[in-house]
Design a protein around this ligand. Structure first.
Ligand code: FE2
Ligand code: FE2
Length: 139
């Protein structure tokens, strides 16, 4: 199994969508992912990792609900496609929790997180920025 070289996510303007509370959410989300990866890497107990997995799951759901609310209020036309993408990540996190409960394999969790982090960064830079463009926050 290959070892994942985790790159701590440095916040930069590339990630900012310029909607202040959404940027705040994204910063927290990224921190949750980092904390979880580090806990796996440090070989912390399955209980701690499970707690961090649930925290990440809950926080991701809250953020998505918040963002979907912004989209609805702003009458963003791509809301259904965007929601479908959110549902993909929720499902992937759900699967990750389920597989960790069956087999608390930290290396596998690190690999999945590596993939989910790339997914999230791409989603922020491509999809979430479309919301900002729509409401005129980014020109
Ligand atoms: Fe989003
Ligand atoms: Fe987002």
């Amino acid at each position: 199994m290959k070892t994942v070289k985790w790159q701590e996510i440095e916040w930069s303007d590339d990630l900012a969508v310029e909607i202040i509370d959404i940027d705040q959410d994204h910063k927290h989300l990224v921190k949750h992912m980092d904390a979880l990866f580090k806990a796996c890497h440090a070989g912390l107990s399955a209980e701690v990792i499970k707690m961090l997995l649930f925290q990440l799951y809950r926080y991701t759901r809250e953020h998505f609900a918040h963002e979907e609310d912004v989209m609805r209020r702003q009458r963003f036309p791509g809301v259904e496609d965007h929601r479908a993408k959110h549902a993909e990540l929720i499902e992937a996190l759900d699967d990750l929790i389920e597989s960790f409960e069956i087999d608390p394999n930290r290396q596998l969790t690190e690999q999945t997180l590596d993939f989910l982090r790339d997914w999230l960064l791409h989603h922020i830079m491509v999809d979430d920025k479309k919301i900002a463009h729509h409401i005129g926050a980014v020109f």
